[in-house]
Write a protein that binds this ligand. Structure first.
Ligand code: FES
Length: 122
């Protein structure tokens, strides 16, 4: 049911944990299942220099967040805003359709964190 890449990111999530003194935090809940996601960003010159996540979510939420942090790392804020749940699912060689909503969490938390940063730095 799950690709090898999903299993790898679920078993060995990248960039997981809390960040000290982040430049921005995005926190969202998934209305479908009630799971929660927090994403932390360190930003320099409009570029994501570091990114971490924490989640109370299912295995697919963990795997998609892990992949999202890898996709977003090193991107400009505008490039990161373009990342969608489909980019994440494609990078993981697909997700079962019933689990696609789980990848919303990482995309929404990343967007919320970028909005948080932009609010603070307007
Ligand atoms: Fe809630 Fe996957 S079931 S994020």
């Amino acid at each position: 049911m799950y690709s090898e890449k999903v299993m790898d990111h679920f078993m060995n999530p990248r960039n997981v944990g809390e960040m000290e003194n982040p430049d921005a935090i995005g926190e969202v809940g998934n209305p479908t299942c009630g799971d929660l996601m927090k994403m932390y960003l360190r930003i320099e010159d409009n570029i994501i220099k570091d990114i971490k996540f924490q989640t109370f979510g299912c295995g697919a939420a963990i795997a998609t967040s892990s992949m999202m942090t890898e996709l977003a790392m090193g991107k400009t804020l505008d490039e990161a805003l373009e990342l969608t749940r489909d980019d994440v699912a494609d990078s993981l060689d697909g997700l079962p359709p019933v689990k696609m909503h789980c990848s919303n969490l990482s995309a929404d938390a990343l967007k919320a964190a970028i909005e948080d940063y932009r609010k603070k730095h307007q």
